[in-house]
Structures are given as C-alpha cells and as structure tokens.
Design a protein. Structure first.
Length: 142
C-alpha cells in the first residue's frame, strides 16, 4: 500500500494525534527513499480529498515532513504553487518544512513571486497565509 493512501486512511480512522499511528507512519516514511517519501507526503496536500475536511490528513503528512529525515528535492516555488488549491491553511508544518529546507528568505521570496501572479482571491488568501507561517517560522533547536 502506498504511503499517501496510508496517511489518508489512518488519519480518517484515527485522527492526526494518535501516537501509535504517527510513529508507525514516521517509521515507514523514514525507511522510504527520499524522493518517494517526500512526494507521497506532499501528494496529501496537492490532491483533493474525497473525505471532506482534510485537516487530519494534512496535519499527519505535515508532521512526517517536518519531523522526518528527508530533504526536499523539488524547488520551493514549485511546491508552494502545487499547494494553492488544496492546502489546509491551519497546517503550518509544510511552510516550516520548506523554510528549514531552503531558508526562510528563499521561501518568502517564492511566496511573494506567487502572490504577484495570483489569479484568484483564494490563491491570494492561501499565499497570504503561507507568508504568515513563513514569517513566524522558528528553526528547530539543534
């Protein structure tokens, strides 16, 4: 079973705060090759859900990105652009993951470039919220 589907199914069944499920998925995520793991977690944010509210699914996938060991192989602007239609604005782990990977200034620059090109009010709202999370990013303690 692929990781994206497991994240979605376990989030629907157990929520995003079930420690056993989170630990299980984190082990799976960290065992996968980086490209496969990151793409599986990001797919939770870039594909529409058939379950209505996507918060638990995205919170769980964001946790895997934020706490996992894998670096992002995609450009920050490409990831941000892909998030615009489906990202739950309350899930800060994705913009924080990107800040950790690329640096806060790089991610903010990408957000600002996308804001300039935003064609809908929803995209503008999403990008404004991304900018909020990027501004409030605190690097993890070493």
């Amino acid at each position: 079973m692929d990781l994206t589907r497991q994240i979605k199914e376990r989030a629907r069944k157990f929520g995003s705060c079930n420690v056993q499920q989170t630990d299980y998925l984190a082990r799976l995520y960290n065992k996968l090759p980086a490209v496969e793991a990151v793409e599986a977690a990001l797919a939770v944010f870039t594909t529409p859900t058939d379950a209505g509210d996507n918060f638990d699914e995205q919170e769980l996938a964001g946790y895997l990105l934020w706490t996992g060991k894998h670096s992002c192989h995609l450009p920050a602007k490409e990831v941000l652009s892909a998030l615009l239609d489906n990202w739950n604005l309350s899930v800060e782990e994705v913009p924080w993951y990107l800040c950790r990977e690329f640096g806060q200034d790089t991610v903010m620059k990408a957000v600002e470039e996308l804001i300039d090109d935003a064609s809908s009010s929803y995209a503008h709202k999403t990008l404004s919220t991304l900018a909020f999370w990027v501004r409030n990013y605190k690097p993890p303690a070493q």
